[in-house]
Design a protein around this ligand. Structure first.
Ligand code: NAD
Length: 350
């Protein structure tokens, strides 16, 4: 495994579907990164992907993991396979960059974290919105105490995933492989909400399957109580007519109000701090436009961070323990739906 500062780091991608192209684009845009091999159980998909983005192709991920010329494995398979494949990758001595959700249960998330720790490899979770310019500015304001006491916040995902989307692949919308709109689409925003306000003390929520023909929820809502006394609201829907409207994060405190909206939390819509008119103007003028799709612009920076973490022998910006937090919140909402009771964290799984 390479760790030298000057060496190119070599990637393998497992799962060559929709999001994998963002991985391939990120790798090809970084000078000292190389795509060595890709894997998909659908042979034509793996082959076509390799022809387009480089590297060789295979259909069995064990084959990819056996190769000595791969340093980092990215996992972009159905979510229910993430933790198992990640654990196997760690045991094979590869650094692991795993798509969200990092795992579908806390038990398998912990097994993945432990496998990476034991093998001495890095584990990074892909929550690329943390690298949005808007979110970085918000986080800086929070870290420098500009909000004063935090009062409350909201994470809202108002998107449309129609029946065609859910029927594209059999794993979509299922309990074991995907979860519903909270676990799939809304998890990035829930990650951001907990990053700004966390840790979470307790959770109460409901889910419903109102329009789509899926096993899990197409609408979810929850209230979080944070340990710092603030309250958080989560709203998630894949039923919004007729298309994606917004992914919005609101943060309110004693001396600050920020609303980041747009299609995927890229656009700052309110930026209020005492005496901040000139700064506000500057922020509005310099902001990113809405991305072409909800995947946003963050993958490249997140991949760069992972490479630096390996070279600098530090943790990546979003290590496994951090990726686990949003999974725990969402599983707690699912528990509330089953029991009708609020859940105090940590969530104890059966
Ligand atoms: N970061 C983001 O914004 C973002 C966006 C979309 C999807 N995702 C996540 O990425 C993952 C993939 O989503 P997608 O929309 O690309 O799905 P997809 O169905 O388009 O792609 C998944 C691919 O994995 C392949 N696959 C299945 N089992 C495999 C195995 N055992 N070995 C190798 N390949 C296997 C499938 O054949 C398919 O090509 C999901 O976990 C999803 O939550 C993240």
């Amino acid at each position: 495994m390479r760790t030298d500062k000057t060496d190119t780091l070599r990637f393998g991608i497992i799962g060559c579907g929709r999001i994998a192209l963002k991985h391939a684009e990120a790798i090809s845009s970084i000078a000292d990164a190389e795509l060595t091999a890709v894997c998909d159980i659908i042979p034509e998909r793996a082959l076509e992907f390799a022809q387009k983005y480089g590297g060789s192709s295979c259909t069995d991920y064990h084959e990819l993991l056996e190769r000595e010329d791969i340093d980092i494995v990215t996992i972009a398979t159905p979510s229910g396979l993430h933790a198992g494949i990640g654990t196997a990758a760690a045991r094979a001595g590869k650094h692991v960059l795993v798509e969200k959700p990092m795992a579908m249960t806390l038990k398998t998330a912990d097994a993945l974290i432990e496998a990476c720790r034991t093998a001495g490899v890095k584990l990074g979770v892909i929550h690329q919105n943390r690298f949005n310019k808007s979110i970085k500015l918000l986080r800086q304001a929070l870290e420098s105490g500009r909000f004063g006491r935090l009062t409350h916040g909201q994470a809202a995902v108002r998107w449309n995933r129609d029946d065609n989307y859910y029927s594209q692949a059999p794993w979509r919308g299922t309990k074991l492989q995907d979860g519903g709109v909270l676990m799939n689409q809304s998890i990035h925003n829930i990650d951001l909400l907990q990053w700004m306000f966390g840790p979470v003390e307790s959770v109460f929520g409901y889910t419903a399957t109102n329009l789509r023909k899926i096993e899990m929820e197409d609408v979810g809502a929850a209230v979080l109580k944070f340990k710092n006394g603030a309250i958080g609201l989560i709203e998630a829907a894949s039923t919004i007519y007729p298309k994606n409207i917004e992914e919005t994060l609101n943060v309110f405190g004693e001396t600050g109000s920020v609303i980041v909206g747009g299609i995927a939390v890229n656009r700052i819509e309110a930026w209020e701090f005492p005496g901040g008119e000139a700064e506000k103007q500057e922020i509005f003028e310099a902001q990113e436009s809405d991305p072409p799709n909800v995947y946003g612009f963050g993958h490249r920076e997140l991949f760069l961070d992972m490479m630096r973490a390996i070279r600098e022998q530090r943790e990546p910006a979003i290590p496994g323990e951090e990726g686990r937090k949003a999974v725990e919140i969402i599983l707690a909402v699912y528990r509330c739906q089953e029991t009708g009771q609020a859940v105090t964290l940590p969530l104890l799984e059966d």
